[in-house]
Design a protein around this ligand. Structure first.
Ligand code: NAX
Length: 327
């Protein structure tokens, strides 16, 4: 039996947590032969709700679930963690400016990242889901200088999955036929689902979907506004699909990427494709199972260039709004 891997999850009593934890405990995150210890981090007022979540996890009798550690103590929460999934954050309330939200959540991520640096396992990797996830990740990364920059990720996979499904529906194919669809930039309404490099059953997109106007009129806005559409329909923000995207992200990071595909995750930019170095920017990525690299050398046409710069500008602005939290 392998030694258990400790997985820390913040916001564990929230909606996404509820969809995520049983999937991790059943082996869907790290594999069917990898035991896990779940370290569940919440704020103190949510500990009672978290206790209920713990009871349900116990009642599943998952063979791979070695132990559960519910806590509001960050040092205990991140102790020995090899993966930290930072899901918890404060939602935007009426009357709250974007800058206020960035400031409130930013402070959460400074203290969490210090606790990660002080307590986590030496192979710690962190995926930020809580919004605004790119900038929260930027803050966390900069406040844990001992952890290499390539261990920090922010989630744009839900947007990729949404985009792939829209293309599959339009083309009348299975979603598995759609490959090489990457989200560029910020996880926000400025994100850019770059369909120009995508393939459907190995063919270039324009060979399969000839309705060119559809991409700009329907596809991009549908993907960009999908989160809002779900809130309108469900009265709650997306949770099962967000949890699924977190699982997909980790699996893609730790599994070699097939040569005919890539995936989206926001990473520390070193200036690839002319993006401001230092931002947490979503790119097309590939993994060799250990290390990730940005897919370089893709043609970026004038339309895409405008889009990838617009989402970069938003990230630069967010960065300037939290400059007091960046050492
Ligand atoms: P919920 O409000 O259901 O749950 C959030 C949980 O976080 C609560 O239980 C709360 O007590 C906890 N929390 C708050 N501050 C905390 C802290 N300092 N430490 C630990 N826990 C804390 O939200 P949920 O629907 O689960 O969404 C969680 C986050 O994911 C939100 O920020 C949301 O905007 C973000 N999302 C990100 C997505 C992405 O693609 N990157 C998509 C889905 C989702 O919108």
């Amino acid at each position: 039996m392998k030694a258990p891997v400790h997985v820390a999850v913040t916001g564990a009593a929230g909606q996404i947590g509820y969809s995520l934890l049983a999937r991790i405990a059943s082996g869907q995150l790290l594999g069917p032969d990898q035991p896990v210890v779940l370290r569940l981090i919440e704020i103190e007022p949510a500990m009672q709700a978290l206790e209920g979540v713990v009871m349900e996890l116990q009642d599943c009798a998952f063979p791979l679930l070695n132990d559960i550690v519910p806590t509001y103590d960050l040092n205990e929460g991140f102790n020995k963690a090899s993966w930290a999934l930072l899901v918890g954050s404060v939602p935007r309330k009426a009357g709250m400016e974007r800058k206020d939200l960035l400031g409130i959540n930013g402070k959460i991520f400074t203290s969490q990242s210090k606790a990660i640096q002080d307590n986590a396992a030496s192979d710690i990797r962190t995926l930020v889901v809580g919004n605004p996830c790119n900038t929260n990740c930027l803050i966390a990364m900069n406040n844990a200088p001992d952890i290499p920059h390539d261990r920090w990720f922010a989630m744009t996979r839900l947007d990729e999955n949404r985009a792939k499904t829209q293309l599959a529906i339009k083309a009348g194919v299975e979603v598995t036929s759609v490959k090489k669809l990457a989200i560029w930039g910020n996880h926000s309404a400025t994100m850019y689902p770059n369909y120009f490099d995508a393939t459907i059953d190995g063919k270039a997109i324009p060979e399969v979907i000839t309705d060119e106007a559809w991409f700009k009129k329907d596809f991009i806005p549908t993907v960009q506004q999908r989160g809002a559409a779900i809130i309108k329909a469900r009265g709650l923000s997306s949770a099962a699909s967000a949890a699924n995207a977190a699982i997909d992200t980790v699996k893609s990071i730790i599994t070699p990427t097939p040569s005919d595909d890539y995936f989206s995750v926001a990473v520390h930019s070193k200036g690839e494709y002319g993006i401001e170095p230092g931002l947490i920017y979503s790119y097309p990525m590939q993994s060799d199972g250990q290390n990730l690299s940005i897919i370089e050398g893709l043609d970026v046409n004038a339309f895409s260039q405008e889009k990838i710069k617009a989402t970069e500008a938003e990230l630069s602005e967010e960065k300037s709004m939290v400059s007091d939290l960046l050492p």
